[in-house]
Write a protein that binds this ligand. Structure first.
Ligand SMILES: Nc1ncnc2c1ncn2[C@@H]1O[C@H](COP(=O)(O)OP(=O)(O)OP(=O)(O)O)[C@@H](O)[C@H]1O
Length: 620
């Protein structure tokens, strides 16, 4: 066998891949680089038959050699090799032909496919890793961005927002929540927020977290909306809130809850004020209705608001007293028999006072049953007692700003007198069943037809109430002690009656006046008013006819007279004739004569004068 000339080293040693050169004619290795020696585990390759390294693939080697010869370069994966250490190696062999010194050589670069695959895998792993890192960076940026965006939204929200995890620890909290609660993010994050802001109810009861709807929302996985609870500010102040608590999930796994809350203290306060205003309007409306009803009733029943008639010294003194006291706020106590004009005086004081624009409210203390007295005076709220189905304004409240007229004051149930005195002194009012106290401004005028000192003595009137009321006493004289008022009062009442009853006004004669002045008037002015009214009806527009047999008191005169003996009767008749003659200047007959005044014939009077031996004085 001819030894081919050696191939210059550069053909195989310049390759970094395993590289060998074969003599195509002999098939012997003529040169190999270190990488080839390492691959084939043989440091002594030159001179070796390459076929000995092939795994029975000689035909494939021949085909490959021819292919390279033909194309000058080619590659194949059909020539696995086996190293001297016995390792089978899949290869990819790249071949080219080199001619040198008349011989042709096949230079083969052998690629270990196993190593190649490992490298490829490394490359793709690296690529994947590099791509993964990018993905990771992108995800991190995304979350950061999202967090930033959400934080902007969270902090821009007017509502307080915080999150809690399943242990109830705060996971985030926005600016509004920090401002409303007074706690900072640093105070709250990681802490049990229920214990910090939601620990008690407004009424002071403890609020265990197990009862809290926020905790329920993630325990029961439900959205809870609460409208009237309190959160507690760091400084201990309660904040009225409404909140919604919503469970949150992290990749479909329950993670905690988000709470969105709003401070509704101002809204609640406004609602409360509105309700109070509405209540006040209701109360005012109710008061106006009752006041109106009351006034209507007063107008129907009482004609006591007419001005005081009369010019007797007693009336003149009373008028002066009215004028004097009306300008003050002093309490007034008016005493006098029934029908002497006490109510009229009370009205006159009120009408002349600065309170005239508000009503005078009369309470007839003798006409109210003791059981309803308190409620009548103070009013009540619904449910204050059995049967109290509506709120009711009391007379004291209706009289607010005006005058309260306590008629027959000694008839106030003794057990209430203390409370009434306190109310009037303090000018504060509490309706029955109500714990609200309202201010009132009431002037009191009281009246009585009884001897009040006797009432104090017998225990039906408290002395302190008497002193409180009796700041300015006015005493009304009985009509029989001021007979000079009778003509004017008669005229006054006749005019009023005829106007009201649409009657022609009859003439009042002197005889009428004498007759009226002769009467003792147990019913005082009220009785006179009734007598005159009856006279107006009876008279049919002519002279006034009076019927004094039965006065307004309903009693005949006989019932009021003491029983007299025959002698006393005669003495009385004598006195009467003498008085009559005196008044008529001794004249017996004629228009101005005593006979006419007595309602008898002059002849009858003459015979009586004679009978009783009365000496006539011609003139006075
Ligand atoms: N001086 C007067 N001028 C005009 N009317 C009078 C006068 N005094 C009394 N009257 C009339 O007589 C009636 C009875 O008066 P009033 O009701 O004021 O008396 P009173 O003392 O309050 O009676 P009582 O104690 O029974 O309530 C009323 O209609 C009233 O208008």
């Amino acid at each position: 066998m001819t030894i081919p000339p050696p191939l210059p080293h550069s053909h195989v040693h310049s390759s970094i891949l395993p590289c060998i050169a074969l003599d195509t004619f002999s098939g012997l290795i003529v040169a190999a680089n270190g990488a080839a020696a390492q691959l084939l585990a043989n440091d002594d390759l030159p001179g070796k038959d390459f076929a000995s390294f092939l795994v029975g693939r000689l035909p494939e080697l021949i085909v490959f050699t021819e292919k390279v010869d033909h194309y000058k370069t080619s590659w194949t994966r059909d020539l696995p090799v086996i190293s001297s250490a016995g390792r089978e190696i899949d290869t990819e062999i790249h071949g080219s032909t080199v001619s040198h010194g008349g011989a042709t050589y096949l230079v083969m670069q052998i690629i270990d496919m196993a190593a190649y695959d490992t490298r490829s895998q490394n490359v793709s792993t690296h690529k994947l890793h590099a791509r993964g890192l990018m993905e990771w960076d992108r995800a991190r940026d995304f979350f950061r961005e999202m967090e930033n965006e959400n934080r902007l939204i969270l902090d821009a929200a007017g509502e307080g927002i915080y999150g809690i995890n399943l242990e109830g620890k705060t996971t985030f909290v926005n600016n509004a929540a920090q401002e409303m609660l007074g706690w900072t993010k640093e105070d709250l994050l990681g802490e049990d927020i229920h214990a910090m802001i939601h620990h008690h109810h407004l009424d002071g009861r403890k609020y265990p977290s197990r009862e809290c709807p926020i905790y329920h929302s993630f325990r029961n996985e439900q959205v809870n909306r609460v409208e009237d609870e309190v959160f507690w500010h760091k400084n201990g102040r309660p904040i009225q809130v409404e909140y919604t608590s919503t469970p949150i999930y992290d990749q479909q796994v329950l993670a905690g809850a988000v709470v969105i809350f709003r401070d509704v203290s101002e809204r609640r306060e406004n609602e409360r004020k509105l309700r109070a205003a509405m209540d006040q309007i209701d109360a005012l409306r109710e008061r106006l209705e009752q006041e109106n009803e009351y006034l209507q009733e007063e107008i129907r029943n009482v004609r006591s608001h007419y001005d005081l008639a009369g010019s007797s010294p007693a009336i003149m003194r009373t008028l002066a007293q009215i004028e004097l006291v009306a300008r003050t706020q002093s309490n007034v106590l008016i005493t006098g028999e029934g029908g002497t004009g006490k109510s009229l005086i009370a009205s006159a004081i009120h009408k002349s006072s600065s309170r005239a624009r508000r009503p005078i409210i009369r309470i007839n203390c003798a006409g109210i049953s003791p059981s309803t007295f308190e409620s009548e005076l103070f009013g009540h709220v619904r449910g204050a007692f059995q049967g109290a189905v509506h709120d009711r304004t009391g007379k004291l409240e209706i009289a607010n700003g005006g005058t309260l007229y306590l008629d027959e004051v000694s008839e106030i149930p003794i057990e209430l007198q203390g409370k009434i005195l306190k109310t009037l002194q303090e000018q504060t009012l509490e309706r029955l069943g109500d714990n609200r106290i309202s201010k009132i401004n009431v002037r009191v005028i009281a009246s009585s037809s009884k001897d009040l000192n006797a009432c104090i003595t017998n225990g039906t009137l408290r002395q302190d109430l008497y002193f409180y009321l009796n700041v300015f006493p006015i005493e009304c004289q009985p009509l029989r002690e001021r007979l000079s008022d009778i003509p004017e009062l008669t005229q006054h009442f006749l005019t009023l009656a005829c106007e009201r009853l649409n009657l022609q006004k009859p003439t009042i004669t002197k005889a009428n006046i004498r007759q009226l002045q002769d009467y003792h008037w147990p019913g005082n002015v009220r009785e006179l008013q009734n007598v005159v009214e009856r006279g107006a009806i009876l008279s049919r527009g002519e002279k006034l006819i009076l019927d004094l047999q039965k006065g307004a008191s309903g009693h005949s005169r006989a019932e009021h007279l003491d029983i007299l003996t025959e002698q006393q009767m005669q003495d009385l008749q004598v006195s009467n004739i003498i008085a009559c003659l005196k008044r008529c200047g001794g004249r017996v007959s004629g228009e101005e004569g005593a006979a006419q005044l007595m309602g008898i014939k002059p002849t009858t009077l003459y015979s009586r004068i004679k009978k009783y031996g009365i000496v006539l004085e011609e003139s006075e």
